[in-house]
Design a protein around this ligand. Structure first.
Ligand SMILES: [Zn+2]
Ligand SMILES: [Zn+2]
Length: 304
């Protein structure tokens, strides 16, 4: 399984010199399975660069959206494969059932919010509401779990060739009020995952005014990775105001946390261009490789 990061930012694209290292594009991760199939998690602005790369091949593509906040759908109208007449694209939108007027990745292409109407998009787009049952029976297992996030949405867990990959973004591990999924349920959902990608938007200094906005503290995510004994933790969906220097500080803090707890969890602060390679049963040996180096920036302060 190859996992490549095209957008790692939350809320809104944040280009500029302070974020150029880790990248300013919003959520988009490409996963190529051991059997060659392509899955795309979220269609933030990062999907534009991915789309250009995918023009080199003609394979069918599957887009799994966590929810339809702008930072997860806004890149779709600029996804070049959608404009190829013979391209087959499966889209799972994760729309709330009760709201028929809800605007998703495709409904935004209506002539008002985007110049073209969806009827003029030539690719063969197919909607799948229940990816867990749609893919059942193949050499692939997909599970979803309800996010603690305003408006709702789903996290995904994908298992193939002995590798477990979990994509959990826009999730508040300890929200005020009712939990769609409790902390203990999250621990069970991601337990033993080879790769856990989790929303890590906030630091303690960012709240309390953002409590209930649907994102997690980096410290809570570290604890989750520790309690669930994952193999590799990827901190993801960075706050648009988080500079490269602060993200470097987060990386050092997180590595120090696991060292002090005598845990060998591989930690990566997601950046555009990051590639993770997880080899499963077909290779005969489980291997996890992190390719690409974090941007060279100095931490704002020394780590504790
Ligand atoms: Zn988001
Ligand atoms: Zn959101």
């Amino acid at each position: 399984m190859f996992i490549t990061f095209y957008g790692v930012r939350g809320s809104i694209p944040s280009p500029g010199p302070a974020t150029a290292g880790y990248g300013g594009n919003t959520s988009c991760v490409h996963v190529q399975l051991a059997d060659g199939r392509h899955f795309i998690f979220d269609a933030g602005t990062g999907i534009r660069a991915l789309g250009k790369r995918l023009m080199e091949i003609s394979d069918p593509l599957t887009v799994l959206l966590t929810h339809s906040h702008w930072d997860h759908i806004q890149g779709f109208p600029f996804f070049a494969p959608a404009f190829q007449p013979d391209r087959e694209i499966i889209v799972c939108q994760s729309l709330p059932r009760e709201d028929a007027t809800h605007m998703g990745a495709l409904q935004q292409m209506n002539g008002h919010n985007f110049p073209l109407d969806l009827s003029r998009v030539p690719s063969r787009i197919r909607y799948v509401n229940e990816p867990t049952t749609f893919f059942r029976g193949e050499d692939l297992h997909i599970e979803r779990k309800a996010l603690n996030h305003p408006g709702g949405g789903f996290a995904y867990k994908l298992q193939e060739d002995g590798v477990t990959f979990a994509y959990v973004t826009d999730n508040e591990l300890d929200p005020p009020g009712r939990h769609a999924t409790t902390y203990d349920q999250w621990v069970e959902f991601v337990r033993g995952a080879d790769i856990l990608i989790h929303d890590s938007q906030y630091r303690e200094s960012d709240v309390p005014q953002k409590h209930g906005w649907g994102h997690s503290f980096i410290s809570q995510v570290r604890q989750l990775a520790s309690d669930a004994q994952v193999r590799c933790l990827v901190l993801y969906h960075h706050d648009p105001d988080r500079s490269d220097a602060e993200l470097e500080e987060v990386r050092l803090e997180t590595e120090a946390f696991f060292r002090s707890h005598k845990q060998t969890i591989v930690t990566v602060v997601a950046f555009e261009g990051l590639v993770l390679e997880a080899l499963g049963q077909r290779s005969g040996d489980a291997v996890l490789e992190v390719r690409g180096s974090p941007p060279k920036v100095k931490a704002a302060r020394s780590s504790k």
